[in-house]
Design a protein around this ligand. Structure first.
Ligand SMILES: [Zn+2]
Length: 73
């Protein structure tokens, strides 16, 4: 997947965020509330579960503020 956001300043401290990749061995799921879900019935599956390999998507992070942003299709 090609990177869409190449640079961004951290919304908390304003410094340039570091480019990298977010890796996961499972899917990355989204919900608009904080309620736990049974099984994998979430509002949206942002990054689908890969078969026999780890997922990776382009991202940016601020090490100091401990926040990360990642892209999905
Ligand atoms: Zn920051």
């Amino acid at each position: 997947m090609e990177r869409k956001v190449k640079s961004l300043n951290c919304p908390l401290c304003g410094k340039a965020m570091e480019e990298g990749y977010v890796h996961s061995r499972k899917q990355i799921l989204w919900s608009e509330d904080d309620k736990p879900r049974l099984f994998d019935f979430y509002d949206e599956n942002l990054v689908t579960m890969p078969i026999r390999r780890a997922n990776k998507v382009p991202g940016l992070r601020c090490k100091e503020c401990k926040i990360a942003l990642f892209e999905y299709e």
